[in-house]
Design a protein around this ligand. Structure first.
Ligand code: HEM
Length: 331
């Protein structure tokens, strides 16, 4: 096993009390974003704009899945129905042509009572060491230019200049334009259990993806249209791969600002995610997309053997639930 978790504030209870405050901060940020967008609708606190939302997908584990990665729903050759939502990471719906991170959320349906949600963004390492830093940074850099300048000045005081510069550098590399959400690699950026004893991070990377079928550079909904054109022609496939925990220095559990380098933790493919060829422009597909957008993914929607690990992840349990509740998600 080797890996351990450690709670901030000395106990799970102290840490949880801090997470409750983060959840309240996130709810306030959602309300602020609603006012700024002059909208009646409260959106997700992050990843507000969907690029594709479909239930026509499946996850299939490789038939040669190594024995020590075989556990629970992860069985050689096992195949499950999946829900997929691609998104822009911003808290407001902005044109797809703007610099941003992109996200993928995948729900794997094992049975009526067992599902597993996998969430990833297209940059391998988080700017934030922990959940507190994640939320502070998000609040400081939200809003217009003036409020951002004030927010960054506050970060210099609360986090210190070195940490503030480190985070700003990370985010400025991570936020970029994309030709296609189907051509991006998405990383979990934090750890989860895999079976009775392993801790892993995961990534989803495109399999032999063709270049963009069409370019929609200046179109505000260009990435959605590109996915629609791509899926009208062929299925889109990603490989799900994991990296195993090695030791606290190379592959920390609690500090999410440190990348798990492939040279230290080998990338091991475990499954294929296939999004079926489909027409996502029909009225039925649009209605399905609306229903999926109203639902809520959460990395804690899983079993204990695959539960998320580390401070950032422990916070996500209550923070995602609070964001989903405020926007009236139907679960
Ligand atoms: C670093 C690892 C993280 C990754 C890879 C990640 C990824 C994602 C993705 C892909 C979504 C969109 C899910 C969807 O399509 O519905 C999302 C939503 C969200 N994320 Fe994260 N996230 C991370 C960390 C965090 C942290 C640390 C927080 C706050 C403590 C946070 C707060 C949220 C919230 C509030 C939502 C919206 C939830 C909802 O209303 O359904 N995330 N995230």
């Amino acid at each position: 096993m080797g890996w351990t978790e450690s709670y901030r504030g000395g106990s799970a209870a102290a840490e949880n009390a801090a997470f409750q405050r983060l959840a309240e901060d996130i709810n306030r940020a959602q309300e602020k974003a609603r006012r700024a967008a002059d909208s009646a609708t409260i959106e997700r606190a992050f990843h507000a704009k969907p690029l594709l939302a479909t239930d026509d997908a499946e996850l299939r584990f490789h038939s040669d899945l190594p024995r020590d990665l075989t556990s629970g729903f992860a069985q050689p050759g096992a195949q499950y129905r999946a829900r997929v939502r691609f998104s822009n990471a911003a808290s407001r719906r902005r044109p797809d042509s703007e610099k941003d991170m992109r996200g993928i959320a995948v729900r794997v349906y094992v049975s009526d009572i067992e599902q597993h949600d996998f969430l990833g963004t297209n940059y391998p390492v988080s700017h934030a060491r922990d959940a507190r830093q994640f939320v502070r940074f998000a609040l400081a850099t939200a809003g217009g230019t003036f409020s951002r300048v004030l927010g960054i000045a506050e970060l210099f005081f609360s986090e210190g200049p070195a940490e503030t510069v480190r985070m700003l550098r990370n985010v400025s590399k991570a936020r970029r334009r994309s030709d296609s959400a189907a051509l991006e690699t998405y990383w979990s950026r934090d750890a989860m259990r895999w079976g009775p004893s392993l801790a892993v991070r995961f990534l989803l990377r495109p399999i032999a993806a063709a270049p963009p079928s069409q370019r929609f550079d200046s179109d505000p909904d260009g990435l959605s249209k590109e996915l629609a054109a791509r899926l009208a022609a062929a299925p889109v496939r990603f490989e799900l791969a994991i990296q195993r925990y090695v030791d606290e220095r190379a592959t920390p559990i609690e500090d999410t600002s440190i990348a798990w380098e492939p040279s230290a933790a080998r990338i091991e493919p475990v499954a294929t995610l296939t999004i079926a060829q489909q027409d996502i422009t029909t009225a039925a597909a649009r209605e399905k997309s609306r229903i999926i957008n109203a639902s809520a993914f959460n990395p804690w929607n899983t079993t204990d053997e695959f539960r998320p690990l580390g401070n950032l992840n422990r916070a996500r349990k209550s923070v995602y639930a609070a964001s989903a509740a405020l926007r009236g998600s139907n679960g």
